[in-house]
Design a protein around this ligand. Sequence first.
Ligand code: MLT
Length: 270
Amino acid sequence: MIGFTEFRKTRVRFSDTGKGRAIVLLHGFPEAMDVWEEFSVKLSRHFRVIAIDLPGCGETPCIGYVHSMELMAECVKAVLDSLGLRRYVMVGHSMGGYVALAFTELFPDHLSGLCLFHSHPYADSPEKKVDREKAVVLVKKDPKHYVNEVITSLFAPDNLSLFKDDVRELKQIARRTTRQGIVNALEGMKERPKRDWLLKYAGYPVLLILGKMDRIVPNELLLQQTSGLKHIQTLMLEKAGHMGFIEEKKLTQDKLIRFARKCFSRSSKK
Ligand code: MLT
């Protein structure tokens, strides 16, 4: 079912499918919860799956002029509270992972497990901040062109023709994000702090899903800094860029199902 929760006088859209323990799916930039629609069918045979339109994305309007990761995390919490959910496995794709990390800092007791899906805990470098500022100018001039370019850059080059229908659909979803929604997310990502310590000291299992051909996530650094940490496991997708839930759908669905089962069996023993 599709539902709405009020957060800061704004109607936040979410979907709620399946039954049982809850998995929360947070989409990336400049996307919306619809990106999870196909992927979540299999998950919802085993779990209750909640996906949320983050502020300024899909059908959730903007809230002010900067969508900080903390503001988005509070919005996610409002939705989960409205559903009476106390514990869940949270899965954040890229920007959704930045939001999930802000969530774990603000509300650590609610996590049974965390999956960073093509995401990482570092802040923007000075060069990346400059790129964000340039992006704001481009979006203001021609949002459609900007969105097309961004979506194209997310896939491994060979996958653009292999998954051309998905690429087209993703562009359609992303084009529904308003100019202001894109700018607000860019501003929010630009100012986010690093949260690598959270991964190190997480009191729950963490899964990192990485794409070998990802141009956004610093895979090497992340692998180096998390190696040897027993609560962190990694799945490297050999044939994916930044969109593993499309580029390697079955593999990532199966991995997430196994991971969530492990997280829930561990948390029910506590
Ligand atoms: C995303 O896919 O959410 C973004 O590319 C993340 C980012 O720009 O840092």
